[in-house]
Design a protein around this ligand. Structure first.
Ligand code: HEC
Length: 272
């Protein structure tokens, strides 16, 4: 049987197991029932890289701009360039990238990354917007609005012209111009992996350093005294999970970066 907690813990395969369980409900009289076709259809919304699952619809770049400015720009920036709520979505791609299908700047480890620099499959962004955006009201866009706003983002990224209408019929056309369409590959050990007959080659060319490695990282920026308590105590506002604990910024001068292997050396003078 599947509890609500189980389903929340593992939304993916456990939910599938729950649905399968419901179909066998006859085995447990009075407990559960078969999922209806409508319920399954409501779950089954994924859009695949070959565009299987894409619903019919369309939207123009101009319509997308109106939606973007009303419902997306406050978090992602007018041009998708903001990194305040999330990393920038648009930028960092060139006409040459579009011709090659690979984003050259990704070879530069110091270059900032944007979503559209990395995106190799347009279905991913369509599907994500359809199910998850706007962040504060997911699933509130109509199918046509998802086409329109995706088309507008493609226009911001220089992939489609101003008068373009994106639809289920020409997604493949836009896909064929995505700047990083050839930038991802599965010939590495993470996918599909040796157990499926894939390669054992790692997906990185870096060599792990095990001895005499370069020096410990040095902190290059700290919160200036004047800003210490500007937004309350940062430590109290951090989540209690994950490695980040944040600084105790409640009192000027009291802030101390915890001593530890990373911080034993090179503490800047402001961190008392
Ligand atoms: C209230 C703020 C907010 C609004 C409004 C908003 N977003 Fe987002 N968006 C986010 C945040 C935060 C994330 C990252 C979410 C996460 O990783 O869980 C995100 C992620 C995304 C991503 C995925 C980027 C990636 O690389 O994974 C896309 C695409 C996106 N938003 C598009 C949109 C579109 C289109 C709209 C308008 C219809 C919109 N967003 C409205 C906050 C917002």
């Amino acid at each position: 049987m599947c509890s609500f907690r189980d389903a929340v813990l593992a939304v993916g395969w456990l939910t599938a197991a729950c649905i399968a369980g419901a179909q066998g409900a006859g085995k447990y009289p009075g407990v559960g029932r078969d999922a209806t076709a409508a319920e399954l259809a409501a779950w089954d919304t994924d859009v695949r890289p070959d565009f299987k699952g894409l619903p019919k619809g369309s939207g123009t770049v101009a319509q997308g701009q109106v939606i973007w400015e009303a419902r997306c720009a406050q978090c992602h920036g007018i041009f998708g360039e903001s990194n305040e709520m999330f990393s920038p979505l648009i930028g960092g791609t060139t006409a040459d990238d579009m011709r090659a299908g690979r984003v050259a700047a990704l070879q530069d480890p110091t270059a900032r990354r944007t979503t559209f620099m990395k995106l190799s499959s347009l279905s991913t962004v369509w599907d994500y917007i359809n199910r998850a955006m706007p962040w504060t009201a997911p699933k509130s866009l109509t199918t046509d609005e998802v086409y329109a706003v995706t088309g507008f983002m493609l226009n911001l990224a220089g992939v489609v012209p101003d008068d373009f209408t994106l639809s289920d019929r020409n997604m493949a056309e836009a896909q064929a111009r995505l700047p990083n369409r050839h930038g991802m590959q599965t010939r590495h050990a993470l996918w599909p992996g040796p157990e499926f007959g894939g390669t054992t080659q790692p997906d990185t060319a870096n060599v792990a350093c095990m001895r005499n490695c370069s020096g410990l990282p040095r902190l290059s920026s700290v919160l200036p005294d004047a800003a210490r308590n500007a937004y309350g105590n940062l430590q109290e506002q951090n989540r209690s999970v994950g490695p980040q604990r944040g600084l105790d910024s409640s009192k000027s001068g009291s802030t101390r970066i915890p001593a530890g292997p990373l911080h034993d050396q090179g503490l800047p003078s402001q961190a008392k």
